[in-house]
Design a protein around this ligand. Structure first.
Ligand code: NAP
Length: 519
């Protein structure tokens, strides 16, 4: 029997009346659930958020909204085991990979509850210091930020059904905007169960959280100037959505988190067998294995000094050979299947295109198990680092390409930039001059740069991990968006307004020190 995934709209659970999409168990290929949003009045959903959820949230201070996020984090965490089981079945995640998603969601909510506490008992933010505009201080300027009075529509990717929904919701709710969440259909079962827990907890005011299982219908065509759209998914869909005529006409603010050919670059100073060398190998393998490579931040292009190519190939192939692919619920398994049949088809086709321009060192597109959406971890050696396809084709699975280069910062910068904008780049070097030159060359192409060295190896979190206190997003192909980054993440959901007037009013009511008292 399959579970029909319902939508939570206008204060009630809605069952679709059309032809549903089917969700499958990624290991057994058995049907698990169905998803259907037909019959929803999307204009009314937006209006419910604007008229009911928005005012209720804006009546609260940042601190009070933060307390809600903390309670919500706890309510979801109470169901952790059940959520990990759903993730294993529907998304094919091992327990570790499921925790990465589910604990990522509760951890981000908890982090934003802390940021709310820090912001205190206010309802708007003073942005920077005041500015004297007149001959004397009587004519004064101050920027402030207030919550937008629309709905925050969140369209999320299939690969992080829990984290992706809650990292966006945490920022929006803390800023004071109600959310409408739409998960990727293939793995929507986990997001739906979290939506059920969220609604049943009664923690959020009515209208602050709505959930759509299935298509968004004409939702985007009904969005207005105070609404915002935050999207995570492929570059192709991002471009389609951002060119929606209604969004353009109404200047609807849109944030796009798209795909990325993230690079890892090993500098020539790193000694074979050193701390940094081992960290580099470990992180490349982790990125290929974790979530079966279905991570927007996973490394896809591995740049290695040509002088070390043979040692690196041998070590990576040996480490990848130790990955145990199979049923994610079994303790011995270290890598589960891909999330869906469509993913399996796309990853195999992508592997074949990359392999045609290079050489498979391990893995390949052949079937790994008779049932389930399994592929082997696959390392491809580029014939030449110049070949365009290695900088263009994101294969969203456990696949990476080795690209030998001459070791110079100038070459590394030029080659990495051919990805045309990435979420994260990881550099491995103890040579400060090399790091400085490479960072300055690559920062314009990246939302985040991670620098591995002997000095931080012991304490470092891997580059693929998105932290709520640091920004996530990237220029160009990566979508041009920016999320999280602590309180920076609220800016998207708020209107910045420049106030100009008598200092007694502008500074007195809205200055940085006075903001708390004025609320
Ligand atoms: P996708 O096919 O682009 O879908 C993303 C979301 O958009 C899904 O919820 C999908 O719904 C929805 N969607 C598709 N067409 C739509 C339309 N016309 N109107 C409204 N919604 C629409 O991407 P995906 O396969 O889920 O995710 C994999 C991709 O996401 C990879 O390329 C990966 O790099 C990228 N990604 C990026 C980030 C980041 O933070 N930058 C994070 C994770 C993933 P349905 O599922 O119902 O079609």
């Amino acid at each position: 029997m399959t579970t029909p995934l319902t939508s939570y709209v206008q204060g009630r659970w809605h069952t679709g009346s059309g032809k549903p999409a089917t969700l499958f168990n990624a290991t057994t290929e058995e049907a698990l659930a169905t998803c259907d949003s037909s019959g929803i009045d999307f204009g009314a959903v937006l209006e419910h958020a604007r008229a009911v959820g928005g005012p209720a949230l804006r009546a609260l201070t940042f601190e009070e909204r933060g307390q809600m996020l903390k309670a919500l984090s706890g309510a979801i965490h109470d169901h952790r085991e059940e959520l990990l089981d759903i993730s294993a079945a529907n998304a094919g995640t091992t327990r570790k990979d499921g925790k990465f998603d589910v604990d990522g969601a509760t951890g981000t909510l908890a982090a934003y509850s802390y940021f709310g506490k820090e912001l205190g008992a206010r309802r708007f933010l003073a942005d920077g210091e005041g500015i004297q505009l007149g001959r004397t201080a009587r004519f004064w300027g101050q920027h402030i930020a207030v919550p937008r009075q629309g709905a925050a529509v969140h369209i999320n990717a299939f690969n992080f059904p829990a984290w992706n929904m809650m990292e966006k919701a945490a920022c929006a709710l803390l800023a004071g905007m109600p959310v409408i969440e739409k998960p990727g259909t293939a793995t929507a079962m986990l997001a739906w169960r979290i939506a059920q827990i969220t609604v049943a907890s009664g923690i959020l005011p009515e209208g602050a959280f709505q959930f759509i299982a299935g298509s968004t219908g004409d939702l985007l065509d009904r969005m207005g100037p105070q609404d915002v759209l935050a999207f995570t998914g492929s570059a192709w869909t991002a471009n389609k959505l951002r060119s929606n005529e209604n969004l353009l006409r109404n200047s609807v603010r849109a944030n796009m988190e798209a795909d990325s050919l993230n690079a890892a670059v090993l500098a020539p100073d790193v000694e074979v067998g050193s701390e940094t060398w081992r960290m580099f190998l470990r992180n490349v393998v982790l990125d290929m294995q974790q979530k079966t490579g279905q991570k927007c931040t996973a490394v896809r292009r591995v740049f290695i000094p040509a002088t070390h190519a043979e040692e690196i190939k041998a070590e990576l192939v040996a480490l990848l050979g130790g990955i145990v692919t199979g049923d994610p619920t079994q303790d011995a398994t270290t890598m589960g299947p891909l999330a869906s049949a469509a993913q399996l088809r796309d990853v195999r086709a992508g592997m074949e295109r990359l392999a045609a321009a290079g050489r498979i060192l391990c893995g390949g597109a052949d079937a790994v198990h008779p049932k389930g959406y399994f592929v082997a971890p696959t390392l491809i050696e580029a014939g030449s680092a110049d070949t365009a396809i290695f900088h263009q084709e994101e294969v969203f699975g456990p696949v990476a390409t080795l690209l030998p280069y001459d070791g110079s910062a100038a070459s590394a910068t030029a080659l990495v930039a051919r990805g045309e904008g990435s979420l994260v780049g990881s550099l491995y070097s103890n040579d400060t001059a090399w790091v400085e030159e490479t960072v300055l060359g690559l920062a314009p192409w990246h939302g985040r740069l991670w620098i591995g060295s002997d000095k931080m190896a012991e304490q470092s979190l891997p580059p693929g991990m998105v932290l709520p206190s640091m920004i996530h997003g990237g220029p160009g192909r990566a979508g041009g968006g920016e999320e999280l980054g602590g309180v920076r993440g609220l800016a998207f959901y708020m209107q910045r307004t420049a106030l100009q007037g008598f200092k007694g009013q502008v500074h007195g009511c809205f200055g940085p020190q006075e903001a708390a008292a004025a609320n």
